[in-house]
Design a binder for this molecule. Structure first.
Ligand code: DOR
Ligand code: ZN
Length: 445
């Protein structure tokens, strides 16, 4: 079945396209991109309304799907539905499930169930260490063979320098990156919020910025030694970004991501009307203004490679406790694109083209995924954006099973209009006009 997305503004940095263009899909592949493509018989034409932008599908490389084991928080079905509604055509899911994804058997079960139940593509990330215990390496070759696209002990740092060295050496042999959650555990201690003025004022135990940047420096030194690519998850401090910048200047194969909450919020939110709100508790914690400015500068200057959500669903009951006792993490799949458009693109921090790089091209490249480009022959994974649509975030309408977002009630400019995976429309935003044809195509399959 051929479908022509006609009349949109296409932004695809991999082909240098940023202008009016059509995109022709055939089954699950892109077959042509260009202006005024001829319409043969048998081609279904879908007009893209003016003002919408057609991009290669967005990829969220840092998602906690909680499946297997914590299906009260999220499942493969609910998490991938949230991903589709958030404009993502693929997600990579972290291994801190129950059981931990440290074996080919768990990986295969995720891959198989995602093929049946997943609304978008799911790429598992295997654990660096068995049980994520930080003691011995998991069988990285087996994990890769079963479908893992990276290894990480996310939720925790890779426990020791030696284990990180070995992980980089093995992962390097199998051509997959190691993703590290950078946090020096003794410095983090029992901390729950960024160590600084706000935490002191509120009487919360602090997590110093150095807890993150010390691990960043360790990992960069080991990446340099082994020559293997390392990817540093959710960087949040100016010291970390400075280290990353220096590493890139000396030619290291290191990449990093930041989250929407770390480029949008400071720890000041913990005071005032939202004081002690456990939906502001995440790891790494919200940092201070100078850190958020450094994150924005990293996004602007190219130090940051990826925007990833760290979508971390937790049930309402689990979050409805004292700040100290609440679990770390917030949901993020459905708010990432609106926050990125509102806070970054509309405020002139980055261009739309760079946004596509950060949310599609780069995560696909880092994980060696087949998406991230609308070149002919590539997957028909497409994200369509309504950059100027105003939206109000309403967590009660989230497709996630969890509600733990600090952005509930926010009005933002920029929305996802539709999401297409392998040529199939998997999400259409009911609030954007002119998408009836796309919706009908989705219903036909
Ligand atoms: O806030 C977080 N939540 N950070 C992590 O690293 C893990 C995650 C989770 O799994 O809940
Ligand atoms: Zn993490």
């Amino acid at each position: 079945m051929k479908r022509l997305l006609k009349g949109g503004h296409v932004v695809d940095p991999t082909q240098g396209i940023d202008g009016a263009s059509d995109v022709l899909l055939d089954g699950d592949r892109v077959v042509a991109v260009g202006r005024d493509l001829a319409v043969d018989s048998g081609v279904e034409v879908i007009e893209i309304p003016d003002g919408l932008i057609v991009c290669p599908g967005f990829v969220d490389m840092h998602v906690h799907l909680r499946d297997p084991g914590q299906e009260h928080k999220e499942t493969i079905a609910s998490g991938t539905a949230a991903a589709a509604a958030g404009g993502f055509t693929a997600v990579a899911c972290m291994p801190n499930t129950q059981p931990v994804n440290d074996s080919a058997a768990v990986t295969r079960s995720i891959v198989e169930r995602a093929a049946l139940l997943g609304v978008v593509r799911v790429y598992p990330i295997g654990a660096v260490s068995k049980g994520m215990k930080g003691e011995s390496l998991s069988e990285i070759a087996d994990l890769k063979g079963a479908g893992c696209v990276a290894v990480s002990d996310d939720g925790r740092p890779v426990a020791s320098a030696l284990l990180m060295r070995r992980a980089l050496e093995y992962a390097g042999m199998f051509g997959i990156p190691v993703i590290d959650h950078c946090e020096e555990p003794t410095l983090k201690g029992e901390g729950v919020a960024h160590e600084g003025f706000v935490a002191s004022m509120l009487g919360l135990r602090g997590i110093p910025a150095a807890a993150e940047s010390i691990m960043v420096e360790r990992d960069l030194a080991l990446a340099e030694m082994t020559g293997t690519p390392v990817h540093l998850a959710h960087l949040s401090t100016r010291q970390s970004l400075r280290a990353m910048d220096a590493a890139k200047s000396r030619g290291l194969k290191a990449t990093c991501e930041v989250t929407p909450h770390h480029f949008t919020l400071t720890d000041e939110r913990l005071t005032g009307p939202t004081s002690y709100d456990t939906n502001l508790k995440m790891n790494p914690p919200l940092r201070e203004r100078a850190d958020v400015d450094a994150v924005l500068q990293g996004l602007r200057a190219g130090t940051v490679d990826v925007i990833a959500t760290d979508h971390a669903p937790h049930q309402q009951d689990e979050k409805a406790v004292e700040f100290d006792r609440a679990p770390f993490g917030i949901i993020g799949l459905e708010t990432a694109v609106p926050l990125a458009l509102d806070r970054l693109v509309h405020r002139g921090v980055i261009t739309f083209r760079r946004l596509v790089q950060l949310m599609s091209v780069n995560p696909s490249r880092i994980l060696n995924l087949p998406g991230g480009s609308l070149r002919p022959g590539r997957l028909a994974d497409v994200t369509i954006i309504a950059p100027s649509a105003a939206i109000v975030i309403d967590v009660t309408r989230s497709k996630s099973l969890s509600r733990n977002s600090p952005f509930d009630g926010w009005t933002l400019r920029g929305a996802v209009a539709a999401t297409i995976v392998g040529g199939r429309t998997v999400f259409v935003n009911g609030e954007i006009a002119g998408l009836a044809a796309l919706r009908a195509a989705g219903e036909r399959g």
